[in-house]
Design a protein around this ligand. Sequence first.
Ligand code: SAH
Ligand code: SF4
Length: 352
Amino acid sequence: MREKFVQLVDKAATNHELTKDELVYVLQPETDAEKNLLFKKADEVRKKYCGEGVHLRGIVEFSNICERNCLYCGLRKDNHKLNRYRIPDDEIFETAQKAASLGYKTIVLQSGEDSWYTTERLCEIIRKIKKHLDVAVTLCIGERSYEEYKELKNAGADRYLLKHETANQTLYKRLHPGMSFNERLKRLNWLKEIGFQVGSGNIIGLPYQTIEDLADDILLMKKINVDMAGIGPFIPHKATPIGNFPAGTLDLTLRVVACARLLMPDIHLPATTAVGTIDPYGREKALKCGANVVMPNITPQKYRKDYEIYPNKICIGEKPEHCRGCIQKRIESIGRFVAEGYGHRIRSSLQG
Ligand code: SAH
Ligand code: SF4
């Protein structure tokens, strides 16, 4: 092993700081021994700061209608081949209720950017969930105004997930017609200011993305002080303008997850559904190199196949109760266990 590699991984595992050049270096192990060292250190840091419990977040994909046109995403407005749906308010609540009865302590409400679900309507759903169910609520519904975010928080939402997708501003602009990186960042700061626990994240292996860009992604999330980072591979979707580019690899995704853990020791890092889609044991592998969260799908079965952000998404033929059991078995197969409790931000619990 290169001495410099060993030293830098040690430094990152101890001080949780690296310069951009150092991070670019650590992101590129040259041998299996170096890669194994990186993964092992990330696993140790995860164990020290997050413990052996894996938090589950049940995701309900309540609408696949989207007003945006992100170049990578199958839900983009210009994809006319998709069968679009909206889950009625009552059914969203019933889905959350069922998930709570299966033991989920966090419900993630995710959708395309669909303004049919007005903030008022969403607030009502959130209030009902918070009143009747003993769960934390995470929103993942894209960009809204400061006032709307505030109302959603006041209605009882605990967390907000808004991935920055890529820290390369030129690439961001190319991939997100009509959107801007600065607007995205501004919202991440608003969400923090309003008091949400905030998740960001990036996509690995986007067309024209470099290893330097990935280092910038990690450093950006560290700077924003995110509570969670969703890191998943790019999976090309044929019905999008970039459907012919290659997918992000498992290997690169795991290296980014491991480096994110070294530099942000006490955040939540999910083993993403996308990583489970490109490799049948992708999530277990991510859990072994830094990840501590899994986000099983709790969307009612009849809608699942139409939430096609990318193709071949796992579990679209399954029912929520099946997914709950399956994921627990997978977690236990690697010697870990399903964590109890809401799994709020780790930092605040350390601070009491
Ligand atoms: N509309 C909301 C939430 C739904 S999309 C939003 O954009 O924030 C959730 C995530 O799916 C996005 O943040 C993006 O990172 C991811 N995604 C979309 N298309 C993808 C693809 N083809 N490959 C990998 N991830 C993708
Ligand atoms: Fe819409 Fe989100 Fe897909 Fe972009 S990533 S097209 S905002 S669902």
